[in-house]
Design a protein around this ligand. Structure first.
Ligand SMILES: NC(=O)c1ccc[n+]([C@@H]2O[C@H](COP(=O)([O-])OP(=O)(O)OC[C@H]3O[C@@H](n4cnc5c(N)ncnc54)[C@H](O)[C@@H]3O)[C@@H](O)[C@H]2O)c1
Length: 249
């Protein structure tokens, strides 16, 4: 085994574990923050859509709404839909209790169509494995679709939208809706932009056009967030440091 220099952990040269962290919350928050970066970039910083729709009311949607509320987003109406009606009901009642009030009106939609109708922002976080939503006309013309679950929209529904991802080659793997759309020719690969290009101003999205944000989710972002959590946790109350844990001290 080669032991790397212990002096440069931030450069990835340190191969010994520095800490053990619970990963689900870090990864969930990384995903939620990624959704927020996509939404804020594609809406040019406007955090006040009239209507938000949430499709799939599990952990990722819950965390995403909490992050949006924490960032100061607000909307007049929030519509939620889940194949499991009870989960949707319970999500709706939790959403009404968010500490920073995200919305005045929360409703459980009877159908996906009803939920997305007129929504300015649509969050997909289902566990669907096969694309099923085929009509892009169900979305508002200028809707921002945060397609976190990556496999809800058919190639037809992907056509005619602005497409933004975290990393193009990742987003085109594993039979995602975007991969199928490129394969079937409803989206051209050169028309897909990494969100970094929008953030740097290299690409400017057309705000009047429906935009679909499909971030594949990058492990490197989990590591970056884990580092931030670790840095902030070091001096927090209740944290126990184990001397010699890294075998370097
Ligand atoms: N892009 C990313 O970076 C990233 C990161 C983490 C998770 N994800 C994805 O987010 C999705 C949600 O993850 P989770 O942990 O919240 O799952 P979860 O199981 O907690 O919740 C999923 C919810 O979707 C509902 N659902 C399933 N199929 C549906 C459908 N066709 N229509 C409506 N509702 C439906 C389920 O009933 C459930 O309530 C998964 O697909 C996961 O792979 C993406």
């Amino acid at each position: 085994m080669t032991r790397a220099s212990p002096s440069s952990p931030r450069l990835g040269l340190h191969r010994l574990p520095e800490a053990v962290l619970e990963g689900a919350q870090i990864s969930g928050h990384r995903t939620a923050l990624s959704a927020a970066v996509g939404a804020e970039t594609l809406r040019a910083g406007d955090r006040t859509p009239a209507k938000v729709a949430v499709i799939g009311t599990g952990y990722i949607s819950r965390t995403t709404l909490e992050v949006f509320a924490g960032l100061g987003w607000s909307c007049d109406r929030l519509a939620v839909f889940d194949l499991d009606h009870e989960r949707a009901e319970s999500f709706a009642s939790e959403s009404r209790k968010l500490p920073s009030r995200l919305t005045a009106e929360v409703s459980v939609a009877a159908t996906l169509r009803e939920a997305v109708a007129d929504a300015n922002v649509v969050l997909f976080a289902t566990t669907a494995v096969m694309p099923r939503l085929s009509e892009s006309s169900r979305f508002k013309d200028d809707a921002v679709v945060l397609h976190m679950s990556l496999r809800d929209l058919t190639p037809e529904a992907m056509a005619g939208a602005v497409h933004v991802v975290d990393d193009v080659s990742h987003a085109l793997r594993e039979k995602t809706s975007l991969a199928l759309a490129v394969e079937q020719g409803t989206v051209e690969r050169q028309d897909i932009s990494p969100v970094g290009d929008l953030l740097s101003g290299t690409v400017k999205p057309d705000r009047g056009t429906r935009a679909v944000y499909s971030p594949f989710g990058l492990g490197s972002l989990d590591i970056a967030l884990a580092q931030l959590v670790l840095d902030r946790a070091r001096d927090a109350a209740g944290v126990v440091s184990v001397p010699g844990f890294t075998c370097t001290s």
